[in-house]
Structures are given as structure tokens and as C-alpha cells.
Design a protein around this ligand. Structure first.
Ligand code: ATP
Length: 243
């Protein structure tokens, strides 16, 4: 039991959620390392949602609304931390959630699918061995033709750099959430939300609801005026100043 008065209570709770994910077989043991890497950056970023993240969240919500075929890519860590948020966003956007794993086993893929469906996710896709993005070296190359295969905008938080780069080369737009502004994913994505996914995802949902009544031209303006380079520079500046 984590003492709620502990100064790092939130961070310890997040660790417990990832460990639980490993215990129930939806998260890979390697996910613990990714979480640790994220925590270090969160510490340097002040463990709160900075203005550069809020700006990216607004552009991300606008881009998702403007997309013709958006898809939300989920992995073992994101399933352990923000599964309810995935389902809510997919319902808001009427788009699929696609399971895409780096340390892929069919068993884990199906376990995540059942987990999502037990929480009433309506449209969950798994990879298809006949459809692949050949330029990706890992098993992440296998995608679903109705999801990532045809998507114009792919939401891929906590991602590895190779896949982001290849998705961009295919002409897709990539939205990510990544605490490390220097990771290859953060650098290559179209929109990078530099924040902890447990804080950023609820804010992305709130923003998506707020923008629901906006006109297309207004949404386009948010996307047009967004500069990922500016956002990443601001995040790096924040980290430098934390020393
Ligand atoms: P790249 O290949 O893009 O350079 P990497 O090799 O560091 O990245 P992984 O080890 O797969 O990638 O880690 C995933 C990324 O997710 C890391 O950049 C890490 O900082 C980030 N991350 C981990 N946990 C969280 C979290 N809870 N919220 C946001 N970002 C996180």
C-alpha cells in the first residue's frame, strides 16, 4: 500500500500499475525499463504539465478531428496506464484502437484485446501477418489494413523511433506522447506532447471535447500554427534550467 502522503506517491502508483500490467500478462518486462527512463525525464520536467505540452495537446486534438482515418496505437505500457482513456478517445473520434507491440507475442496481443473489450472497447484491431510496413525491422511492421495500414493520422505514445520514422515516410502524420524531448520519436513525430501520459491523456480528452464545436477552419489554424521544433526546444530549455 502506497502512503498517499509520500512525496513520490503518484510516481510509485504508476510503477505499481506497470508491475500489475506485467503480472496480468499485458505488459512486457521491458516496459519497466521504459517507465524508468520516462520517470527520469519527468523529474527534470517538474512532474507537471508545462505550457509546451498544453500547446501540443491542442494541436493534437485538432489534428485528430481533422483526420479522415485516425487510429490509436496501444502497447503494453499504455494498456497498463491509460486503458480507459484510450476507450474514451476512440469513442469520441469513432476510430479504432490498434494493438502494436515491440516485444510481440500473439498471446500478449490477444490478452490486451480481451482486456480492452472487457472494458467495452468497441473497435479493437490486432496486427495482420499479411499486411506489413516492410521498412520496419521489428515485429511492429505487421499492421492491420483497416487501422494503421490505411490511417492518415496515427496516435502512438511511448513509441520507439524506428516506427515513427517509417510511418512519417509513408506520408502519415504521427502524434506521440513522450517525456524525453530528445528521443528519436519525439524528434521525428509531427506533434510531440512532452508530458507523462497519465497527465497528458486526460487533458487530451478534455481538449478533444472542447474542440468538438469548433469549425474546421479554426482547427486547421491550430495545426498550421503549431511548430514541433519550438515545442521540443522549450522542453529542452526547461530541462536545462532544472539543474
Ligand atoms: P527512441 O527509439 O524514440 O529514441 P527509446 O529507445 O528511448 O526511444 P523506449 O525505450 O521504447 O524508446 O521508451 C519509450 C519512450 O517513452 C521513452 O522516450 C520514455 O522516456 C517514454 N516514456 C516512458 N514512460 C512514459 C510515460 N509514462 N509518459 C510519457 N513518456 C514515457
Amino acid at each position: 500500500m502506497i502512503d498517499p502522503k509520500h512525496p513520490r506517491a503518484k510516481s510509485l502508483k504508476t510503477r505499481e500499475e506497470i508491475i500489475h500490467g506485467v503480472d496480468i500478462g499485458i505488459t512486457s518486462i521491458n516496459g519497466l525499463i521504459a517507465q524508468g527512463r520516462g520517470e527520469a525525464f519527468d523529474y527534470l520536467l517538474g512532474e507537471n504539465t508545462n505550457n509546451f505540452a498544453k500547446e501540443a495537446i491542442r494541436a493534437a486534438a485538432a489534428m485528430l478531428f481533422l483526420a479522415k482515418d485516425p487510429v490509436l496505437s496501444v502497447n503494453g505500457n499504455t494498456a497498463a496506464l491509460v486503458v480507459k482513456e484510450y476507450i474514451e478517445l476512440s469513442n469520441l473520434l469513432h476510430c479504432p484502437i490498434e494493438i502494436n507491440l515491440f516485444h510481440k507475442t500473439k498471446e500478449r496481443e490477444l490478452r490486451i484485446k480481451s482486456y480492452l473489450e472487457s472494458l467495452r472497447a468497441k473497435n479493437v484491431l490486432v496486427s495482420n501477418s499479411k499486411t506489413k510496413i516492410s521498412s520496419i525491422a521489428s515485429k511492429r511492421k505487421f499492421v492491420n489494413p483497416k487501422g494503421i495500414g490505411k490511417a492518415d493520422v496515427v496516435f502512438v505514445p511511448l513509441e520507439d523511433g524506428d516506427r515513427t520514422e517509417e510511418l512519417i515516410k509513408l506520408g502519415k502524420k504521427v502524434i506521440t506522447i513522450d517525456l524525453n524531448p530528445m528521443s528519436r520519436t519525439a524528434q521525428k513525430a509531427t506533434i510531440t506532447i512532452v508530458d507523462n501520459i497519465i497527465r497528458a491523456f486526460p487533458l487530451l480528452i478534455k481538449e478533444t471535447k472542447r474542440l468538438q464545436s469548433f469549425k474546421k477552419d479554426e482547427l486547421k489554424k491550430f495545426v498550421r500554427e503549431f511548430s514541433n521544433k519550438k515545442i521540443l526546444n522549450a522542453a529542452e530549455e526547461k530541462i536545462r534550467k532544472s539543474f
